[in-house]
Design a protein. Sequence first.
Length: 65
Amino acid sequence: MDGTAIIIILAIAGVASVLLFAVKGLLDQVPDVMESAGRARDSWHRFKRPELPPSAEDREPPAAA
């Protein structure tokens, strides 16, 4: 019975350490995912509303030589 209790305790500790390692790995990826989502959102906004070139009225006349 003593051997079984020790094996159960070791198994629980092993499962807990694997779960903590997996959660840490997922949490380490969150900043990269957020940054990628922001870039994708910015690209989508630029795609939906492209920047128009400046009109002829906004441009300065060419300099005389």
